[in-house]
Design a protein around this ligand. Structure first.
Ligand code: NAD
Length: 411
């Protein structure tokens, strides 16, 4: 099933349970605007390359639209549309004053020099600069984009429209970024994991964890789980997966993550190299997918042996797999709750930018913890009171808030 249809299926399911009605439901299914642009760039060798870039703005009922920018060869309109929709529900679930959007460029940054990457980014921003802005649509990092890319975006937008640090979040600290932003998504994933474990009478020190993906989200999730006392038994990146029943040496491996050294080159006693699928089906208390979407198909879901899945990645679970997990009694804490820490601290960064203020890291982290734990409690109470899955409960909360705002503003 295509990604956007999968997201809309979740929306329809929740809308039916809520009795939202077809009028409002139809407004929530389609994006408000889609910007599809060519990005021509001169390569270092003098040749011309033309990439395709997208910025899809799903919903602005609750505020300016917000969502990351992904640079990856698999980026296409359907994928970005689905991710934009998820941002609408995510910002509503954690109740921050934003709508949802997402963007991306279909390219492989591994094949681009730093100069080429900068030119691609600047050209893309020139092409969408009228569509974004601090009160309109605010990009952020996602797969293969980082603080440096955000700095180029801020500079290019400011050249066209005047100084505007609030146009993008995830910027470097030296350029109006926020303390705590880089670690925020992984930190939030672990706050949610801890809350779930607390409900089942455990702490991180009692559990084993496997993490798929060792970039921004996966590496910080692994780090904070390890610091909380968890045993990280399996990890992977695009190059391969590793497993060690005793627990992996996370401080050493974090250096691999930081330097983007492939995990496939890691050798240590007791560590075996396994396939991505073996990682996903390793027997473990907590499984954290933190790479790309669609990794849990129905077939893989039948083989998963995890106590709980906490979705660090966006859309890692196909709807058919969701049904398998429900039948097998494996709870899935959905992306729109579990990985909302990133957009929450992006909101803090934007709030600091527009007020010309700076918060300390402790201030950022304690506000983040408050939002993540209170959002978790809201969803958990709904799971119990309505006897629905975690994903359905999260969609009910998100849809309810967006629908209310839509009706209040007037259709
Ligand atoms: P990233 O580019 O920093 O890291 C991606 C990681 O996934 C890398 O380690 C890469 O090697 C690995 N990977 C790629 N293909 C893989 C494969 N087939 N199998 C295993 N590993 C693979 O990206 P990120 O920012 O960490 O994003 C990861 C996921 O989290 C994405 O789904 C993204 O949408 C989601 N997310 C990110 C943020 C954020 O703040 N960065 C916020 C919310 C959600």
């Amino acid at each position: 099933m295509k990604a956007f249809e999968a997201t809309n299926r979740y929306i329809r399911q929740a809308s039916q349970i809520m009795g939202l009605g077809s009028r409002v439901e139809s407004l929530l299914l389609s994006p408000e605007a889609e910007h599809n642009v060519t990005v021509p760039v001169e390569l270092d060798n003098g040749e011309l390359a033309v990439f395709t870039g997208y910025r899809i703005q799903h919903n602005s009922a609750r505020g300016p639209m917000k969502g990351g920018l992904r640079y990856h060869p698999t980026v296409d309109a359907d994928d970005v549309r689905a991710l934009a929709s998820l941002m609408t529900w995510k910002t509503a679930v954690v109740n921050i004053p934003y709508g949802g959007a997402k963007g991306g460029i279909s390219c492989d940054p591994k094949n681009l020099s730093q100069g080429e990457l900068e030119r691609v980014t600047r050209k893309f921003i020139q092409r969408i600069s009228e569509a974004i802005g601090p009160q309109r649509d605010i990009p952020a990092p996602d797969v293969n984009t980082n603080a440096q890319v955000m700095a180029w975006i801020m500079d290019e937008y400011s050249r066209l429209h005047g100084f505007a640090p609030g146009v993008v979040t995830g910027k470097p600290l030296e350029l109006h970024g926020s303390e705590g932003r880089e670690a925020a998504t992984g930190r939030g994933v672990i706050y949610i994991t801890e809350e779930y474990l607390k409900d089942t009478g455990r702490t991180l020190a009692d559990v084993s964890v496997a993490v798929q993906g060792f970039g921004n989200v996966g590496s910080f999730a692994a780090r904070f789980a390890h610091e909380g006392g968890a045993r990280i038994v399996a990890l992977s990146d695009a190059s391969g997966a590793i497993r060690c029943a005793k627990g992996l040496d996370i401080p050493t491996l974090l250096n691999y993550g930081r330097t983007r050294t492939p995990l496939s080159t890691y050798q240590a006693e007791g560590v075996e190299h396994i396939s991505q699928e073996e990682l996903l089906t390793t027997e473990v208390d907590v499984l954290i997918p933190a790479a790309l979407g669609g990794v849990f198909t129905a077939e893989v879901a039948e083989e998963v042996r995890a106590g709980v899945i906490v979705e660090g990645a966006n859309a890692p679970t196909e709807p058919e797999a969701d049904e398998v997990f429900a039948r097998r009694g494996i709870p899935v804490i959905p992306d729109i709750l579990a990985n909302a820490g990133g957009v929450t601290v992006s909101y803090f960064e934007w709030a600091q930018n527009i007020q010309c203020l700076r918060w300390t890291e402790d201030e950022v982290n304690s506000r983040l913890k408050h939002i993540m734990t209170s959002s978790y409690a809201t969803i958990r109470n709904l799971v119990k009171s309505r006897n629905v899955s975690w994903r359905t409960a999260a969609f009910i909360v998100g849809l309810g808030r967006v629908a209310k705002a839509t009706v209040l503003r007037g259709i």
